[in-house]
Design a protein around this ligand. Sequence first.
Ligand SMILES: C[S@@+](CC[C@H](N)C(=O)[O-])C[C@H]1O[C@@H](n2cnc3c(N)ncnc32)[C@H](O)[C@@H]1O
Length: 234
Amino acid sequence: MLEQQADRIMQLSEWEERWQENKIGFHQPEIHRMLQINYNAVVNGRSSVRFFFPLCGKAVDMKWLADLGHSVVGVEISEMAIRQFFQENNMTYSEESLPSLPGATLFQNSEKNISLYQCDLFSFSSSVAGQFGAIWDRGSLVAINPKDRERYAALILSLMGGDCRYLLDTLLYNPDLYKGPPFFVPDKQVQSLFGSSCNVELLQSVDALTDRQRAWGLDSLTENVHLITPKATN
Ligand SMILES: C[S@@+](CC[C@H](N)C(=O)[O-])C[C@H]1O[C@@H](n2cnc3c(N)ncnc32)[C@H](O)[C@@H]1O
């Protein structure tokens, strides 16, 4: 089932074009229901958690978490997406280039504690912004090119603090019917990517087929949410 999409590649420029042309059907104007439902599982009673949003787009979930007192760091290649995020949420922002990350720009609203790095995710590392207490991964593992999944998992694992709770949203469908993105990520692969150093728990599995995916040619779509936490070390 993995070979159908193994060679599919989306260039960064294609993502930027999607933003320029407003072809952003993945963006949801509402807080994601899987985050809302699983909020307690990811926060686990903690306050002021440092959340990481890989491939953040302009997800309104970032504002929602910041309003709840958490801090947010996101990474996104599209400058347009980042500017739209702050503008549409009525937030002012500063911008600065980063000598430690050539070509990257950091956009920040310090009042709400939201920092968005405009750069390729694969140039980001814990040396830029440390490690995180939580990760919300929606439209990220499923959006990166399938050949980059091992590299992606290694990066995410390096960004997880010892108490990190990583909420991962994946999609299951018949990859013969649609080439992606979003790409099909089977549970077995989630386990192989993260299971050696983390506990991987399937929290939720829902039928998520809508007209949007029917138009792609799909006849079924399952959305799975996993909670990934570091295994205790002695
Ligand atoms: C499917 S969208 C999901 C956005 C967001 N997570 C959401 O739920 O709305 C994927 C986003 O990742 C960005 N992107 C894709 N590859 C990237 C990369 N290697 N580094 C940084 N951003 C990337 C795209 O511009 C796009 O906004």
